[in-house]
Design a protein around this ligand. Structure first.
Ligand code: HEC
Ligand code: HEC
Length: 81
């Protein structure tokens, strides 16, 4: 029984830790005109691809599923009031 509790705690702690880490580092998508209403990754890359006007840094994580990490800022500012 103790063993089960140990694993259960472990299983619950891992996603929680990942969630807290993701909150700290990832920038929200700015809530300005340039970012309003884009729902496809291809839209992001029109400005943020390496050869475009606002490329991501060299240290940027490699994955191209922008929305997995970057969420729109609008909801956060709405929560503030
Ligand atoms: C029309 C051009 C354009 C498009 C399309 C665009 N961006 Fe941007 N993005 C910018 C510019 C310019 C900046 C820097 C100025 C600013 O903060 O608005 C920026 C900044 C950012 C930042 C960093 C904000 C900061 O605090 O440094 C993130 C994250 C970002 N964009 C994500 C995205 C994502 C995800 C998409 C697709 C949904 C996207 N952008 C589409 C032009 C664009
Ligand atoms: C695996 C998670 C992840 C994915 C997927 C992701 N990003 Fe980011 N992005 C980050 C993190 C973390 C930062 C902050 C990096 C830093 O502070 O150095 C960041 C920062 C940025 C910035 C600010 C400038 C910079 O390079 O630090 C822009 C612009 C940006 N991302 C755009 C995008 C776009 C566009 C996509 C999709 C093509 C994308 N991101 C996908 C995690 C991600």
């Amino acid at each position: 029984m103790k063993r089960h509790l140990f694993y259960l705690t472990l299983i619950l702690l891992v996603p929680l830790t990942l969630y807290l880490l993701s909150l700290q580092t990832v920038l929200p998508i700015p809530a300005d005109d340039e970012h309003a209403g884009i729902t496809e990754v291809a839209g992001c890359l029109e400005c943020h691809a390496d050869d475009k006007g606002y490329p991501k840094k060299k240290t940027h994580p490699p994955k191209d599923q922008c929305f997995n990490c970057h969420k729109p800022a609008e909801k956060q500012s709405a929560a503030k009031g």
